[in-house]
Design a protein around this ligand. Structure first.
Ligand code: SF4
Ligand code: SF4
Length: 331
């Protein structure tokens, strides 16, 4: 089986589990550690930032997992894929926060709510850690937090990411500007001719009709290699309950019912209940992309200073991660 067929087989069984390190997450240590833990937990893929150094961190984490697997008596069935994400202007996955010191009253609300620990004690953004989720701004009483778009030059950066080990690419296309979507999509389609490429879409700016029309046009370009990452409520999966994952299944249902033969990954509010809710609702998804929740449940272990030298710590992280992966596989 080649790599495309491996991915296809996992998706046809609904077993493609992608751990989202964060399109904006450029913290090499966190990405390496997440990749190590979730490779040992049996995940299928990692989603990382469009940064060759970060792709390398994910590769290093995966390689380290293969090295220590025998000592842990773990058989890793398949090497996870690395997917690189890029975002169009306006997409929250491709932005970074900034704090206006003149407006800030130092109330600490942003720091308390930032899951990425991306705001330092002087109320400056630690840019590599910021994933643009917007939770800080939602909790700021002074409107002191704004965002800027982090655009990468696809034609130069993505080939470098592929050289480092990326096998799939993803375009986050939360915009109503179809022209820019198709311009970027053609570059991505050309760069990965023999594997899946995905478009991440939510309903914040698109009607259901616009959403399915866009998917249909992308399918005309890419055919069966097209994955739609159906993003219910972007970066909102902090809790492990049905309501948190409801919108991920709702948008997956729209794509599913469109009848366009794309692969569908549920995302945006995903957690350990996502696959179960899909089944209860009669919605078939080819897999689940899990970000906020997947990072949150292993955060305390990943943040350990002694992480890679403390096998007990790694084992505990793997046990928790494995349960999430197991819960994300259709029963
Ligand atoms: S809350 Fe989100 S947007 Fe704000 S600093 Fe943290 S990661 Fe960045
Ligand atoms: S929440 Fe707003 S006002 Fe409060 S510390 Fe953060 S940036 Fe400053």
């Amino acid at each position: 089986m080649n790599r495309y067929q491996q991915a296809q087989s996992l998706m046809e069984q609904g077993r493609f589990i992608k751990i989202v390190c964060g399109a904006g997450n450029e913290d090499p240590i966190a990405v390496r550690r997440l990749s190590l833990v979730y490779t040992l937990a049996g995940t299928s893929a990692f989603d990382v930032s469009a940064n060759p150094a970060i792709v390398k961190s994910a590769v290093d984490g995966i390689d380290a997992a293969f090295r220590i697997a025998p000592a842990l008596n773990i058989n890793i069935e398949a090497r996870p894929f690395i997917n690189v994400s890029v975002g169009l202007k306006g997409d929250p996955h491709a932005r970074k926060a900034q704090i206006n010191g003149e407006k800030c009253i130092q109330c600490d609300q942003c720091r308390e709510h930032c899951d990425q620990d991306a705001i330092d004690k002087h109320y400056s953004i630690i840019t590599p850690r910021c994933i643009g989720c917007g939770i800080c701004a939602d909790n700021c009483p002074s409107e002191a937090i704004t965002f800027y778009h982090k655009r990468v030059d696809l034609s130069t950066v993505l080939p470098e990411c592929i050289k480092e080990g990326a096998e799939m690419l993803e375009l986050h296309a939360v915009t109503d500007d179809d022209v820019s979507v198709f311009e970027d999509w053609k570059i991505i389609d050309m760069l990965i001719p023999n594997n899946y490429i995905s478009v991440c879409l939510d309903r914040s700016l698109l009607s259901d009709t616009h959403l399915t029309n866009r998917i249909r046009k992308l399918y005309e370009i890419t055919g069966e290699r097209l994955i739609v990452q159906a993003d219910g409520a972007p970066m909102s999966g902090g809790n492990d309950d049905y309501n948190t994952t409801l919108q991920a299944i709702a948008i997956a249902d729209i794509v599913y019912k469109s009848g366009i033969p794309v692969k569908i990954l549920a995302s945006g509010g995903t957690n350990a209940k996502t696959q179960e809710l899909a089944r209860l609702c009669g919605v078939f998804v080819n897999g689940v992309s899990i970000g906020t929740f997947a990072r949150k449940i292993v955060k305390s272990f990943i943040n350990s200073e002694n992480f890679e030298h403390d096998m007990g710590n790694i084992k505990q992280a793997i046990t928790i991660a494995r349960k999430l992966v197991a819960d994300s596989i259709p029963k």
